[in-house]
Unconditional design. Sequence first.
Lengths: 219, 560
Amino acid sequence: MTAVTAAARTDATPAAAPAAPLALPSGVKPTPARVLPDRTRALGTYLFMVADAMVLSTIVAAYFAIKDGSSAWPPVDVGVGTYIPSIVSITLTMAAASAHWAVRATRENDQRNVAIALVFTIFLGIAAANAEWAAFDKAGFGVGDHAYGTFYYVLFGYHLVHLLAAVGVLGLLLGRSLTGHFSAEHHDPLRSGVLFFQYSNAVWFAVATVLFVFSRVHG
Amino acid sequence: MTITDAGPDADTLAPPETVEIDQGSTAGTDHKVIGTLFIAASLAFLVVGGLLAMVMRAQLAVPDSDVVGGNTYRQLFTMHGTIMVFLFLLPLWLGLVTAILPLQIGASRMAFPRVHALSLWLFVGGAGMVAAAPLASDVLGGWTLSTPIPVGEGFTGEGIDLLILGLIVVSVAALAVAINVLATVLQLRAPGLTMARIPLFSWSATVSSAVMLLALPVLVAALLLLFVDRHYGGMVFNGFTGSRGGNPLLWPRLFWFGAFPLLWALLLPALGAVSDIVPVFARRRLFSHQRAVVAIAAIGVLSFAGWGSEVSNLRRARPLFALGVLLVLLPVASLILNWLATAVTSARNAAARQDKSLKERFQSVTMLHVRGTLGLLLLGLAGELVAGLDAGGRTHRNYWGVATQHSLFFGAALVGAVAALYFWAPKLWGRHLSEKLGKLQFLALVGGLFLTALPMFVLGIQDMGVHTSSYVTDSDWGPANLVATVGGVIVVGGVLLLILNLLVSVVAGKGEVAGPDPWGGHTLEWSTTSPPPVDNFRVLPEVRSEAPLLDLAQTETQPR
């Protein structure tokens, strides 16, 4: 966001010049232009995260409400493995570190390391998504078999959508990084994109905790 | 402009200076254009929802009526409620708020102009899905999508899928607007415009957006789970809790946790608009801007406290939710007293000066609608008081609840919005709406709303059920139903007159041309041209209080 003088703006956008007189009295002297700090994208991302976390919280609340009324959770014939969730957790932890590396590198104006870190993060993100897809294949139950199954697919799917969206955003940011859009002074979009990626990782750990840690109750 | 009430710092003020502001958006993402399109869409759906209501009222006007069958009636009932809440009230405020708010806070644009444009088209797509739902298959169960659980006839098929998906898309569009509004208020305020000085309409929009940010995702999640149940055979709301099944009684809890605050969030901007209009027409500052700020914030916070009053199976928590409903009424009452104190002290001052112009201002169409809002608000609050004390009880399943919703969350919100339209139409579109047509429209709209709501309260006392689609001759429900139907017809007449007024005055350009500040406004939007340029302002007056233009006028009249 840049502040421009009234005259410059009038030149650039003729529609900005009003035909009717302003309500202000004549003779007022403008003070020097003021530029607002550009944290708007990051703020928008934070607000989006609040809304998104409310969606996840509601699904988790429904999960616990039904789990608490169940005679067995998950049903006795359902085995919940820990292999794939562990693989996904480790992969996404590494991805979180490399995403942070990208932001650190851009603060130091090291564009080569920004690109390497983003490529690494995208690769790890795709690997984690692949592992999650394998979890669908190997679940051994369907979405309609029982309530645990429904939550399993909904929560896993919820994270998968976030992860793929975040990987897509990082892909776009990689393109912009390679074409020299970011610098130590201007990297707000990169910061916001990485923030969203880290949020999607937080979604994973919430989902994994709910599905695999708080599921160990049998009546 | 005559100033009758000095602000707190008026004596110490130097002549305000102006400050340059950030550059704005292009015409394709102009918040005023997008806001206007939201308003136009909402009015179109108001007509559709109103006509559906007319068919329902025709069916209920007399006993043993067979205008429509029971199944068709239930579909009309579902679509009327859904359209009025999600496709009329919601976009109406999304439109008014996004058109006015940047102007009020001295911003040249919304924080995310392209997201704003996207949210409009998301809304249009979602609204199309909702409107098409009954064409695909039966959609029954009312706007709560339950009776009270979302199981049985009318809860399967492509229609319900389309309805659920459409509501999700509309809710996401509204969430995008809420995020945009919050980011705009937090980042793009004019220099000097602290949060405590924000105009009350913008403040109410901020609080309303915060409520939506927390409430709408709950609704989205519940709808998502319902969609998985209906479309993919999920088990969250199917069967009863055992080792495999879910819990259908969870649906009303999730739904009302999101929907109850949403209803208050849709009423809040009406309260904010009235809070901005009354001081301008009273020619003085609001009696207490600070208390109004606190009251509006309190309404937002407390709106989450009463959701369980609408759920019938939360017996042990009933007293808690009853308290929640009653608590939210207190800040509303405080706000009403603030308006009345402003108007009464202004009238006294005017009487002391023998100034008759104030009376004329109070009889303008805008102020008539403010009075209408106040009347419907008081009626609705009385209904909500009783319904709150009867949390989870019969008043939520008979016509008492319908009457409360139609007077408070529909009537007061609609008439408050119309007051806002009369007030800000000159600013947004550069033309005044016709006062002559406006007075006729006021009589029809507000008179019709009272004529509809009052007999509905009688039907509540007579315990007529919400889902009743016909009744026998022996029943004593006939007279009140007939009066409510006549009232409904008059309301539709009022709505059509409003649309006619907008078409004639604004679209056809027959309305009186408005100057930059036709009302003697207090807030920043009145410092620019009518209509404003694409990026709203070239210069801004310095902001030193909640009424910067009033400060400006006062320093002009003071000897230097």
